[in-house]
Design a protein around this ligand. Structure first.
Ligand SMILES: NC(=O)c1ccc[n+]([C@@H]2O[C@H](COP(=O)([O-])OP(=O)(O)OC[C@H]3O[C@@H](n4cnc5c(N)ncnc54)[C@H](O)[C@@H]3O)[C@@H](O)[C@H]2O)c1
Length: 388
């Protein structure tokens, strides 16, 4: 190798100084995706958007996590059940119905090598979204699909799996958590089916020393972070919160799926606990209502959140706060998942397994250990800087 090529080679790699030795770290991150829906479409198109804009990356919490930028993530495998997505390249599948994200036109999206593979349907498809998703009928046995998935993960060298399954996919989540345990793959669980925050599952990840970050993504500027922040403010300023509600409406399949109330139990727990955790004293359940509330098709990926907090301040004098948030729900999710993937990779590099507590608390609604958002932010920074 001549000198110039050698310098180019060295620049493409990163060295880490550990115990007075330099280790060469692989700089790329190999992620796989479960559920090629709107959230993943927003993640892939968002990264492409930044590639084509000349400015530095704005709109993310961390431009770099150690040496990992958002451009170091390669999506090397994908899994879904939609007939129109299976077999397609990821870069094509993200534009298939019922996905709605179109920030980068399809013909401007570079082709990915990775294709979408068949996943087991299990409890992934709810009754309201059945027609829109048009799922395959798995012809193979579950063992056979499991075997194929494991081969795909090995062949594609997938090191982190991100779950974007629909709300209510408890069995499917357990299936994928087990796949991660069997294949030594890190897990980022973006949905409210509890794994990282479930003691039994967390223990399994600890025992096998596999990183897990979960559960249920806390959007970048979403209903949860806003509600937590305002509720904590009212709490910390010494007022007494009497009642509060958070109503959400949206027009994508995520919201349509959540019309099926039986699928919502863990979502309500996740969202409600997240807010309650910021109060010195929890509100009785009949005084707090937090939930996805309705599906309004023309809103598409726009989510509207209506928040009302009623309380008493000095001398028992009442006050009311009303806030409305209008936000693109998919930008909200992608802005957090780019950090979750890079923090999972950092954990793999450092051979740290089990729930990654700082990342879970900062990025997820239902972590194994709740913190205030300021505390969680500082603890993520310490984790990145390897300060204990
Ligand atoms: N801000 C946010 O968008 C946000 C925040 C928190 C949590 N989440 C959660 O992230 C998840 C993904 O959201 P989305 O908007 O991408 O949903 P979506 O409905 O657009 O996509 C879900 C995808 O999963 C696929 N799927 C269904 N069953 C499957 C199975 N058994 N195996 C593999 N794939 C299956 C569907 O075909 C679809 O492609 C939802 O659970 C949502 O609640 C999103």
């Amino acid at each position: 190798m001549n000198k110039i090529n050698h310098i180019k080679f060295l620049r493409s790699k990163t060295f880490k100084h550990v115990n007075d030795k330099f280790y060469l770290l692989k700089k790329r991150i190999r992620a796989g995706i479960i559920g090629i829906g709107n959230c993943f479409a927003g993640l892939l198109q968002g990264i492409e958007y930044y590639k084509t804009t000349k400015n530095h990356v704005t709109g993310v919490i961390h431009e770099k996590i150690k040496h990992y930028s958002i451009f170091d993530i390669d999506f090397v495998s994908g899994f879904d059940v939609g007939k129109n997505k299976i077999g397609q390249k990821l870069s094509d599948a993200i534009y298939q119905s019922p996905n709605l994200v179109n920030w980068v036109p399809h013909n401007k999206m570079p082709e990915t090598q990775a294709i979408v593979h068949e996943a087991p349907v299990l409890d992934g498809v709810g009754k309201w979204v059945q027609k829109q998703i048009n799922p395959i009928k798995n012809a193979k046995t579950l063992d056979c699909i499991e075997d194929e998935i494991k081969k795909t993960l090995k062949k594609t060298k997938t090191e982190i799996l991100v779950s974007y399954l629909p709300v209510g996919s408890d069995l499917a989540t357990q299936f994928w958590a087990k796949i991660c345990l069997d294949t030594n793959t890190a897990f980022v669980n973006c949905i409210p089916s509890f794994v990282a925050s479930d003691q039994k599952w967390a223990h399994k990840f600890i025992t096998k020393n596999i990183p897990i970050i979960g559960d249920d993504i806390k959007g970048q500027i979403g209903a949860t972070i806003l509600h937590r922040t305002i509720a904590k403010l009212c709490n910390d300023r010494g007022t007494e919160i009497k009642n509060m509600y958070q109503l959400n409406v949206g027009g994508n399949t995520d919201f349509l799926n959540m019309r099926e109330y039986e699928r919502l139990t863990s979502k309500k727990i996740s969202k409600t606990d997240s807010v309650q955790s910021q109060l010195d004293k929890k509100l009785p359940s009949h005084r707090i209502h937090v939930g996805p509330s309705d599906y309004v098709p023309f809103l598409e990926n726009t989510k509207l959140m209506f928040l009302r907090i009623m309380g008493n301040q000095w001398a028992n004098i009442p006050y009311t706060i009303e806030t409305q948030l209008k936000v693109d729900d998919k930008a909200n999710s992608a802005g957090i998942v780019v950090d979750a993937i890079r923090l999972a990779k950092l954990s793999l590099d450092r051979k740290i397994g089990g729930p990654i507590f700082p990342a879970c608390a900062y990025l997820m609604k239902h972590p194994p250990k709740q913190m205030s958002d300021n505390e969680a932010m500082a603890s993520v920074q310490n984790f990145i800087n390897n300060v204990h």
